[in-house]
Design a protein around this ligand. Structure first.
Ligand code: RB5
Length: 142
């Protein structure tokens, strides 16, 4: 599996942690920045990860900012991108089963590392249900 990952300065440390976790599991990870804790703008990072997923460069994306909110808003402006802020086990599964989410989002200032890793594992292991109503609703997103 290949994923692309990105974070602003607020998510930089958690990004490094998540990246290493994924690499240790054998996942190919493309890191699209930011590459230090120096302040940067989350929309620019969201654009890079969203475009990589749109273009099929990776199966999934991961985005992290302070709360996960700004970077979700930015990513979801891209056609075909369904970025989901994962905040419990059920949501991590439902984001895949019902929404066919293609980017997992986390808030580094609002979530702990163990929870983030657990949500990410659930997200990556859960297939889209392909249910008729879910396909219809996703198609309605345009
Ligand atoms: C950066 O300070 C912070 O605003 C950003 O990481 C994020 O939380 C925005 O939604």
């Amino acid at each position: 599996m290949k994923i692309v990952i990105g974070a602003d300065h607020g998510g930089f440390e958690l990004k490094e942690y998540v990246k290493k976790y994924c690499q240790d599991k054998g996942v190919i990870v493309q890191d699209l920045g930011t590459y230090s804790a120096e302040s940067c703008d989350y929309p620019l990072i969201a654009d890079k990860v969203a475009e990589a997923v749109q273009q099929g460069q990776a199966e999934f994306g991961i985005l992290i900012c302070g709360t996960g909110i700004g970077i979700s808003i930015a990513a979801n402006r891209h056609k075909g991108i369904r970025a989901a802020l994962l905040y419990n086990d059920a949501v991590a599964a439902l984001a895949r089963e019902h929404n066919n989410a293609n980017i997992a989002v986390f808030g580094a200032r609002t979530q702990n590392r163990d929870d983030v890793i657990r949500y990410l594992d659930i997200f990556l292991q859960t297939p889209f249900s392909n249910g008729e109503r879910h396909c219809r609703r996703i198609a309605e997103l345009g």
